[in-house]
Write a protein of this length. Structure first.
Length: 130
């Protein structure tokens, strides 16, 4: 059972200022905060937030990000880069099929820029920077 301490509704995906995204999907961040100030675990589902937390709603997916320095604790979760790579791959395939459109293209460009920025951060860190 995941650590459901400190649950927080995430609404960045919601349209028109709401708290739910397309198809009524809700995102809940949960668990202890990392030393870096972020929560590492997310539940994505459909149903009331309290039902998601209590296990009574339809959970569509769970994401656990790396928790701690991998050189100290080993790999124990996905990276932001890996998750963005999945999103980019999906959009690239949409763009090669019947769902190609300018919105997908713009989203793909944004994800590609985000990936490059995160890769630059990793390169700098690996080179001895901060």
């Amino acid at each position: 059972m995941p650590n459901l301490d400190h649950p927080r509704l995430v609404a960045g995906h919601a349209v028109d200022g709401g708290v739910r995204g397309d198809m009524g999907q809700a995102v809940i961040a949960h668990g202890d905060y990392s030393p870096g100030g972020a929560q590492n675990h997310y539940i994505i589902g459909v149903g009331a937030e309290c039902e998601l937390l209590a296990g009574g709603a339809q959970v569509l997916g769970c994401i656990s990000f790396q928790d701690g320095n991998p050189q100290e604790v080993g790999p124990n979760g996905v990276t932001i880069e890996a998750l963005l790579a999945c999103c980019a791959d999906r959009l690239e395939h949409f763009q090669g099929g019947p769902h190609a459109n300018r919105y997908n293209a713009e989203a793909l460009t944004g994800i590609e820029r985000a990936l490059e920025a995160l890769k630059d951060r990793t390169r700098e860190r690996d080179a001895g920077g901060t």
